[in-house]
Design a protein around this ligand. Sequence first.
Ligand code: ZN
Length: 439
Amino acid sequence: MPAIGEMFSRKLYSEDIGDRLYEFASAIYPICRSITGNGVRETLRHVKKIVDIDIHEVPSGTTAFDWKVPREWNVRDAYIKDPTGRKVVDFKVHNLHLLNYSIPVSTKLPLSELKKHIYTMPDQPTLIPYRTSYYKDNWGFCMAHNELQKLADGMYEVFVDSDHNDNGSLSYGEYFHQGETDDEFLFSSHVCHPSLANDNCSGIGVNAFLASALSKVRTRYSYRFIFAPGTIGSITWLSRNQDRAQRIKHGLIVSCVGDPGGPTYKRSQKGTALIDRAVEHVYTSSESNPNIIDFSPYGYDERQYCSPAFDLSVGLILRSKFGEFPEYHTSADNLDFIKPEYLGRSFKALLDIIDIVENDFKTVSLAPNCEPNLGKRGLYGAIGGDKTAYDANLPVFWVLNQSDGTRSLLDIAVRAKIPFERIQAAAKMLSENDLLKVV
Ligand code: ZN
């Protein structure tokens, strides 16, 4: 019989976590990541300093359902020189300047031809856009529209020192924490974006530190953390773990969790899974204006986990919604955009969600004939810290009233509009006094 356990949100949370997450995000921000290559490996080495992940290498050309692991891409240098020989675009200044996955090139061409390979955002003319060409051979550069306007006619020198290796591999990191059951709670972050801080240095950091924290405690569920390139990484993981995937009972994709907006939650395909209700309860209990949105098959790796063959209860947790904040996929998604405060709040929200999933038991009252006499047991107003007896006793009365064996503690918290941790504390006290049991 499972027991109402301990809550991790206090034990595993420390006031300095936001600063530590920010420091981690700052360390991996400059790395030029992609869906394969040394930037991913270097990022995973940073994660491994926080928590002891396994690093897997899947050879290029490996079939993953309808996809193939691509050739491994690495880049050493890339620039454009103007007719006077001055570097006007330099990958070493900002890695967003290079179209991610560019093929090598070394040539001279007139500005009019060069412009066919330049990507800008006229509506955000001071920012560098983030663009990729993973599955189509192409080369290109990204730059601020205002800078492009300044370029004079003439012959330009273009150089990209990159390679696509048929004998390379796709790298991903994985951490597994064994709980009392083999049922799993999955956390996943994409590790393929280059210098973009919110999307997704923030998510990589939050998941790494969460895995590290959970590694130190006993849990009911087993926990799996995946650090993989977006889309092809999760497709590759699922293709190699088809049986194991069925153990995933709850899951969250963690992305864009360091900015002041939102917070946002995109439900799993199922929409009413425990994870969906847990996140909604945590957000509505702790945030003034949460944005809870329904599933749609566009976004991050929840698309793969929620595909028909798997249909897992995996949602997407963010602060600002991807695609909707002006900094999204631009050079403005930098270390000024994310803040320790919001990284810390995202970390705390995940602990609160874990607490619900770990403790969401159905309960039955052992004294269902009217209200039990709490006074004679010394339990009336027994939970300290409240200003009034009403506040102290209300969660206890809700738990006693609703514990008919059909409702879970989260059901009760939602109905009572009382934070889960207070309902859980009341249930724990009642069960320790033989007034309640887990069904
Ligand atoms: Zn993105």
